[in-house]
Design a protein around this ligand. Structure first.
Ligand code: 4AD
Ligand code: MG
Length: 477
């Protein structure tokens, strides 16, 4: 008999039929009631064991974590808490689990403990819910862009280009590290390396994406991205997933419209398709917040926060206005910020971004027109000669979720900028070609997928929304 998913059993309207379910035991109460979960839904199905006619030996093996198969009648449940249950006629232990040693006991575990057991934490309600939502959100990303006629582009993971100019890259090499080939000058001879040149893991698919936008019009990437920044924060991963749309003929305003519409679409998609999981995470968050001081608790529940983002426009504010607000803010005057904002040109830290979003505007904010010298080389210079058409989207509880810009499409201006920054024109000849042959206004942005999943799930550490996090000193599993 083919087994039926727990989700389908719970949604079924036909009772008193014989069914088979397979899954893992979450709990086993009174030698009689199994809560069975198979990952298809956060909800367990109750399986009622006929304990008088089940051998003692089998009953002992029904332990938390064990894999079992149950066959029996799907019936309306007499007990409280569930509509349906399986009245078990035949029970088979598929895989035993040692109850003494199985780490995922049916009790509350700390998130730290669960991180150390990332291969098992997905067997808990919270992580099951988070990973299902993550999956639905990635489908929503594709659904949004595909509906709008964007072409999905797979940009390379190994690259010779440093898109962000941040220099925080992981090197890729097949050279023997204990016996490096040297040039006559005594430098490492990358000509002998696998690709005949120095290569890295990509920090962004943008530059390659731009070449495709200059032919296909509207494109997006969605892939892994790597940054060797040694920032051990709850917002940074060394390996994360980024979505990068790039659109020919879009200016910065159109870019903002696209980003806002896109984010609202995927959040709505999660609300429409992950109701049970979100309800569970909302309750989890409420519970977690109880341990915080009143002042730090969120004024809204998770679902309220998600709906708030759907129902309200993002506030668009120029960098210059933001600096004025920050300079006059109480935490700045009282020197509560770690970095005091004194003058125009300062780079914003996450404390400033969060002040703007959480305290001042109390809604998502799009900051635009940043000083040229704190942003990447490819952003379009404004008429004022000192700001660029950059935009960052800031979210409550998260800080920066999107970074993007209108690109510098003027060949001469771009070359000038690259010279100033010491970026090798020869290395990026292919990028410059987009400006030499049929250049056009174009814009794009990058959304950090895990930061989106953080926001939607209400989790507070980015390590908890990716299956196996990669962070400094941590590449377990
Ligand atoms: O602002 P970033 O660095 O922008 C770019 O990479 C551009 N090339 C994007 C573009 O215009 N096509 O990164 C974009 C987003 C950030 O806003 C943030 O959400 C996320 O990527 N991000 C990270 N997420 C997790 N861990 C990290 N270390 C991240 N660094 C950036
Ligand atoms: Mg950024």
């Amino acid at each position: 008999m083919k087994h039926t998913k727990v989700k389908d059993l719970l949604n079924s309207s036909i009772t008193l039929q014989e069914v088979n379910a397979k899954g893992w035991v979450r709990t086993f109460r009174n030698n009689q009631f199994i809560a069975l979960n198979d990952g298809s839904t956060i909800n367990n199905i109750q399986c009622v064991v006929d304990f008088e006619n089940t051998p003692e030996e089998t009953l002992k093996r029904i332990t938390t974590g064990a894999a079992i198969s149950v066959t029996g009648t799907l019936a309306e449940s007499k007990g409280a808490g569930q509509q349906y249950e399986i009245q078990v006629a035949k029970l088979q232990i598929l895989g035993d689990s040692d109850p003494e040693k199985f780490p995922m006991q049916p009790k509350k575990h700390s998130l730290e403990f669960l991180r150390e057991n990332a291969h098992l934490r997905v067997r808990t309600n919270s992580f099951g819910a988070i990973m299902r939502i993550r999956s639905v959100l990635s489908f929503a990303v594709h659904s949004y862009f595909q509906q709008k006629g964007f072409v999905y582009v797979n940009t390379p993971i190994i690259t010779g280009a440093d898109a962000e100019g941040a220099g925080e890259m992981f090197q890729v090499t097949s050279l023997p590290l204990d016996n490096l080939p040297k040039t006559e000058e005594g430098n490492i001879d990358y000509k002998k390396d696998f690709f005949g040149k120095h290569t890295n893991l990509t920090v962004s698919g943008q530059l390659e994406g731009e070449t495709f936008a200059m032919a296909l019009g509207q494109i997006y990437t969605f892939g892994p991205t790597f940054r060797a920044e040694n920032s051990n924060t709850s917002r940074h991963l060394a390996e994360f997933w980024m979505i990068e749309p790039e659109v020919a003929f879009n200016d910065l305003d159109a870019n903002m419209d696209l980003a806002e519409d896109f984010i609202q679409y995927v959040i709505k998609y999660a609300l429409d398709n992950c109701a049970d999981d979100l309800k569970f995470l909302e309750a989890r968050l409420l519970e977690e917040e109880k341990s915080k001081p009143q002042a730090e608790r969120s004024e809204m529940t998770l679902l309220e926060k998600l709906n708030f983002v759907l129902e309200n426009n993002f506030k668009r504010v120029s960098y210059t206005e933001a600096i004025d607000i920050l300079r006059d803010s109480t935490p700045n005057k009282k020197k509560k910020f770690s970095y005091i904002i004194n003058e125009w040109g300062a780079d914003l830290q996450s404390e400033h971004e969060r002040y703007l979003v959480e305290k001042h505007f109390k809604c998502p904010v799009i900051l635009f027109d940043y000083p040229a010298n704190i942003k990447a080389f490819y952003m379009r210079l404004n008429e004022d000669g000192k700001t660029v058409r950059a935009m960052d989207i800031l979210f409550p509880g998260i800080g920066e979720i999107v970074g993007g810009s209108q690109r510098e499409e003027r060949y001469d201006v771009l070359i000038e900028k690259m010279k100033d920054l010491g970026i090798d024109e020869k290395e990026l000849y292919w990028y410059l070609d987009t400006r030499r042959f049929g250049s056009a206004v174009h814009s794009g942005f990058g959304l950090g997928f895990e930061r989106l999943v953080l926001f939607v799930t209400g989790m507070s550490n980015i390590r908890d929304v990716i299956p196996f996090p990669r962070t400094p000193m941590n590449a377990e599993f």
